[in-house]
Design a protein. Sequence first.
Length: 287
Amino acid sequence: MGSQETKALEGPLGGFLRARRRQVHPHQQDLVPGGPRQVAGLRRDEVAMLAAISTDYYVRLEQGRERHPSRAVLDGLSTALLLDRAASRYLRELAADDGTDADNGADPDRLAAVRPLLAALTVPAILVDRRLDVIAANALGDVLHEGLEHRDNYARMVFLSPGATEFFVDWPDLARCLVATLRAGAPSEANSGRSTRLVGELAVASDVFSTAWADHDVYEKALDRKRFRHPLAGTLVFDQHVLELPDSDGHRIWAYHPADAATDAALLRLGSLATLTEPTPRTADHR
């Protein structure tokens, strides 16, 4: 069987297991490396031993011939592959995926109720979904990203906007973080045509995205430090708070709180450019 056929068969669960075992070095699990290895990381039999399952069963998981392991097996794999909490949850969601189309979206009434909250916030704030589509933004959220293109989706904005690498001061770190955040929302989006097209578009346009996506890293942010080089206000430093909305199919509010006095003062100046009334609704790109 050729490599392309193998990848097609393995599916999201097998692809994740394969990528993550290559990131674990034997010494991290107190194993003797032995002679030269064909690939970096752990061998299949080593993962199986550490997870307390048979090598044959692990091979079937990685090849996509077994797709729904038990919780005990998943816990063993998380330990073997040194997965953190976010990656372990991602693994469980991959194993629970029943293959149906998950592109159902959130309750429109639920999202409509969030917009007045965004408008009331006195810091920049945006509402994003699992695909990082920007569903809505308050006025300060709009002016914070002034001058950037592709603002319908945060990943497209970061990877495709001509000025993004200058605007986002820590662009390389942000780029990898964003890819891992996008993958964290992927289990429920695995059969969504929109998600597939988004990943394909970004992978073709950006080698950084393509490389990071192949690493299968997963990240669920709660609090991050973000720095912007704004065309009107100069360098801005924020603590980005991530607030997940219950019963909303993974929608989150990203709120940017000034991290220093200079940013606080600059935000007041930016506020004069924004009318703090209703947040701006967005129409995501449905290509």
